[in-house]
Design a protein around this ligand. Structure first.
Ligand code: CP
Length: 352
């Protein structure tokens, strides 16, 4: 694969200038939704897990820019896929990622992948093997539609914050990422991403979680510290709810499973039950400076956030969900421009 081809796997791989350009393009698509930036272009959207927003916004986004999206759900409407190298394939999988990715790369111009962790062994899941295998073997740009990070959600989130605060410059704003209770241990992807992009934007970021057991993977804590060094702002870890909420410009909520118990959730269950009070409610939001709150959705009302918080004017979760459409169009259009530059065209079969 040509080194000129760029994937969208994590925002940390992209420069601030590139991310700012994507955000500006997304704002332009919000004003003018229809175009031909993906004319003759196609994208395979490979979903290993359910979706409402991601699937709808990618399919619609490709359509609105003159492109074609094809949704595949391996194990449902497409063959189950093997990812282990050198394995004897006598289990459920009917074909190997080496063939799947190469074949898709002959048909389409780019591939989106949603592949959540298997929730058995974090040391394996943290390698993001499924996403990286598509990037390695397909020969076309790959977009992360949520694996162990969720970079499209990051951009939609930042865009909505900029809209609500009325400025592109988010430096010096107090941003709180709070863990919330959920009956099941969830993916850390959105939390990893929120921490990454909020520090990248130079905000004063607080990660609020019940205890050290709920800290995120060291890779993302490291990215947060690195971003503060390079882009300013600050990064604080807090287990004190009121101190964290006090004076916040933005509160972002997400639930995730405690990594020390990864794959042993029966042991974590009684621990997380003690932390139901991390729900985002009116009393906590009254401590903030702006009352601005969001969540990536889907959200269980009155478990993660109360009805009053979700229905308050400061809740911008719906704006953020809408922005998924605009930012993903910006990402696909940017990757299509990259393909133009290297003369890749899946229709005429000119390849890099
Ligand atoms: N936020 C998000 O990715 O939503 P879906 O899981 O519905 O795609």
């Amino acid at each position: 694969m040509s080194p000129a081809i760029k994937h969208f796997l994590n925002t940390q791989d992209w420069s601030r200038d590139e991310l700012d350009a994507l955000l500006r393009d997304a704002a332009a698509f919000k004003r003018l939704p229809i175009g031909q930036q993906l004319a003759r272009r196609s994208i395979a959207l490979v979903f290993f897990n359910p979706s409402m927003r991601t699937r709808t916004s990618f399919e619609l986004g490709a359509h609105q820019l003159g492109g074609k999206a094809i949704v595949l759900q391996p194990g449902k409407d497409a063959w189950p896929i093997e990812f282990e190298l050198g394995t004897v394939m006598d289990g459920e999988a009917e074909e190997h990622i080496i063939e799947v990715a190469q074949v898709l790369g002959r048909y389409v111009d780019m591939i989106g992948v949603r592949a959540f962790p298997k929730f058995v062994d974090w040391s394996v899941d943290r390698e993001d093997r499924v996403l990286r295998a598509f990037a390695r073997y397909s020969g076309v740009p790959v977009i992360n539609m949520e694996t162990i990070t969720h970079p499209c959600q990051e951009l939609a989130h930042v865009m909505a914050i900029q809209e609500r605060l009325g400025t592109e410059d988010l430096r010096g704003r107090k941003y709180v990422l709070t863990w919330t209770y959920h009956p099941r241990p969830l993916n850390t992807a959105v939390a990893n991403s929120a921490l990454t992009i909020a520090t990248r934007m130079g905000m004063d970021v607080t990660l609020l979680c019940p205890s050290e057991e709920y800290l995120l993977d060291e890779r993302y804590l490291g990215w947060a510290r690195e971003n503060v060094q390079r882009h300013g702002g600050s990064f604080t870890i807090s287990h004190d709810i009121d101190t964290a909420y006090e004076g916040a410009d933005v509160v972002y909520a997400k639930s995730w499973g405690a990594l020390p118990y990864f794959g042993h959730w029966d042991l974590e269950q009684p621990i997380r039950e003690r932390y139901r009070h991390f729900i985002v409610d009116e009393r906590k939001m009254a401590l903030t400076r702006t009352g601005l709150f969001s969540h990536c959705l889907p959200l269980r009302r009155n478990v993660k956030a109360t009805d009053a918080v979700m229905d308050a004017p400061g809740c911008f979760a719906i704006d953020e969900a809408e922005n998924r459409l605009h930012v993903q169009k910006a990402v696909m259009a940017r990757l299509a421009r990259d393909l133009d530059q290297v003369g890749h065209d899946a229709v005429s079969r000119n390849r890099f």
